[in-house]
Design a protein around this ligand. Sequence first.
Ligand SMILES: Nc1nc2c(ncn2[C@@H]2O[C@H](COP(=O)(O)OP(=O)(O)O)[C@@H](O)[C@H]2O)c(=O)[nH]1
Ligand SMILES: [Mg+2]
Length: 458
Amino acid sequence: MVPTRVETIAAIATPPGRSALGLIRVSGPATFDLLHTVFAPRGKRAFPARAAAFYGVLRDPADGEVVDQVVVTTFPAPHSFTGEDVAEISAHGNPLVLGRVLGLLLRQGARAAEPGEFARRAFLHGKLDLLAVEAMAQVLNATTAGQARIALNQLEGLPTRRLSGIRARLLDHHVRLEATLNFPEEAIDEIDERRLARDLAAVRADLDRFAAAARHGDLVAGGLRVVLAGRPNTGKSSLLNALLGRERAIVTEIPGTTRDTLEETLPLGDLPVRLIDTAGLRAPGDRIEALGIDRTRQALAGAFLALPVFDAATALTPDDHEVRRVLKEVGCPVVAVLNKSDLPPRLTAADLAPWPVVRVSALTGDGLEGLREAIRAEAAGRGLSHLEDLVLLGVQQGEALERARQAVGRALEGLGTIYHDMLSVELEEAIRALGLVTGEDVDPHTLDRIFERFCIGK
Ligand SMILES: Nc1nc2c(ncn2[C@@H]2O[C@H](COP(=O)(O)OP(=O)(O)O)[C@@H](O)[C@H]2O)c(=O)[nH]1
Ligand SMILES: [Mg+2]
């Protein structure tokens, strides 16, 4: 096959708008030749013998006009983001200036980069695996500090090493199976089915743990949805305000004030929590309230934790019983909140059994720390407190991981009853699917879908 000529690409890597600096990225074999035609570094330093930064002017060779004063940072291959020769041009952060710099580079022979093309080249040159690519996408799009932390951890490569290790174990067994199948007359060791069963069971357990880490990563990255539910007037909105430390929701003594769900971020240490205030659950008084109550049910269905709020100064009402019924029906984890602890009690924790109960007063702030602790404990109990152990997967990666788990499961269950060639097919399927997660085995079409999510310049 004749190698296709690799083009040199260029793009503005910073967002449009005015800023102190703007960055233009160039990558490809002609990067430095191209820069030689337009860039004159100050002083006598050789350019670009090694990775270094050069201050100087960009000049259009057509008319000799200065386009900008810039700093050019050079990264000779293979020690660059893409693995190719790379230059990053720090120019003045004005779209007009950046546009002229890019235009100049394109006239000198560079091609405008497509979205994610730098990252794609990094992947093709083995600088990034697909889990790292996913991590990078999530670092760039992170909306919570927790998501950014998980993603940065993944960028360090531990999840990839975990998965590559599992894949290597499967490969080992696959090779042995194939050898005994293809060369039965050779003196190859018989397959030891007991050992194979033991190893496959260990692989399946590891894949289960990895899948759980990915599920948890998903949950934390999006923010843990904690839903305040309860009948009207128990103090849900007051509690939201008290936890946030500001008057976000409207509070009145008129039941049915909150008619829509309201969502706010509540940082709880490292854990990003989406705290959701809802319309009270009860027989609706009008159509708007009915819609609000519908939304409450929806919010509860996707909740990490429900906090039904009860008024400690009132005995349980029919609406309270309705709340208990709905929560039982939805089936999400529950910590009950006994609010208004500043008033004479008519309701105790025993009335709310079997739910764990936290006593608070949204009015005085009493018990709020205990409530925060209860949410943290719930997260810790479900394995969500160590962000370093979590994994972020793209949709295709998640599906591929599931296929691998199922193939290993079928191999394990079939051991002893199915033929070895069938066993070999299952292992091959698992190996291929895991290769799709790490990027060790992936087709160009899938790559297109992965990299098109990036912006131009990444
Ligand atoms: N004494 C007392 N009153 C409270 C407390 N929390 C809320 N309230 C009052 O209960 C009423 C209903 O509160 P609100 O937050 O709107 O309840 P929601 O309908 O559940 O959102 C308001 O008059 C609040 O001032 C509390 O801890 N103690
Ligand atoms: Mg309310």
